[in-house]
Write a protein that binds this ligand. Structure first.
Ligand code: F6R
Length: 241
């Protein structure tokens, strides 16, 4: 697993184009394999992607009836119904709009009494579902993927993380104040993410230019978590500004 792979770089004209291209890849995946296991992300980057996927689904050519989904991460201490929980984000952008069965939607349980056990349970669930076929990722300005902040070991599985101050600052826009942003989250680990068959990274906008440049350099280092993706043979990066 020491090989270094080049990404499939796709420069997009705008956010809309990125969203359409990514939605087409997921549609194609579901047409080819209706019982796919999909890895999903939240945040600003995939909002258009979910919109397009819902639109395409409404045309009736593919279904989520046999699909399972696993989200990358969830805050610790927010009820699923909390307006800024990732559970709530997924309800709003995808789950209530497609025919994905309730029992097939999975996110880490940030309200569990035993959080370590919740992490292990999530890993087991992914394994018995057959592993992720296609994983969607965004990228933090500090290079995080999921909530794997700089200096996270590339050997991590689903785990509890302390959020970087810069991540809490960026995400404060979704909360009444920065103080209200949870300090911890559960995230799939780097090793977990790298086990997906295929990875789609959305990196659009001025604020992502530096991170994209860093990825282009090809240097692999734990101080820039997304650089681990160069160890994966099937990564498509949609980028532009
Ligand atoms: C979201 C996630 C994060 C985001 C990243 C980029 O589930 O795991 O890694 O993908 O913070 O966020 P946006 O898209 O809001 O710039």
């Amino acid at each position: 697993m020491n090989e270094v792979y080049e990404f499939d770089w796709v420069k997009v004209a705008d956010f809309d184009e990125m969203s359409s291209f990514a939605a087409k890849l997921y549609e194609r995946q579901l047409l080819r394999k209706p019982d796919s296991v999909l890895g999903l992300a939240t945040g600003a980057s995939p909002v258009g992607f979910y919109e397009k996927l819902v639109e395409r689904h409404a045309q009736g050519t593919f279904s989520f009836a046999q699909t399972h989904t696993f989200n990358l991460d969830e805050y610790i201490g927010l009820q699923p119904s909390h307006p800024t929980s990732f559970h709530n984000y997924m309800e709003e952008h995808l789950f209530t709009k497609v025919d994905l069965p309730v029992t097939s939607r999975h996110l880490p349980d940030g309200m569990a009494d035993d959080l370590n056990e919740a992490c292990l349970r999530y890993e087991t669930l992914m394994r018995i579902s057959g592993g992720i076929d296609m994983q969607l990722l965004g990228i933090g300005i500090n290079g995080h993927i999921g909530f794997n902040e700089p200096y996270t070991s590339f050997r991590t599985r689903t785990h509890i993380v302390d959020l970087a101050d810069s991540t809490r600052t960026v995400n404060a826009k979704y909360f009444p104040s920065k103080e209200a942003v949870p300090r911890q989250a559960i995230t799939m680990g780097i090793e977990t993410i790298l086990e997906a068959e295929q990875i789609i990274l959305l990196a659009f906008g001025e604020q992502k230019v530096e991170a994209v440049e860093r990825l282009k350099s090809g240097v692999i280092s734990e101080d820039f978590p997304a650089s681990c993706l160069h160890r994966h043979p099937h990564v498509t990066v949609f980028f532009g500004k």
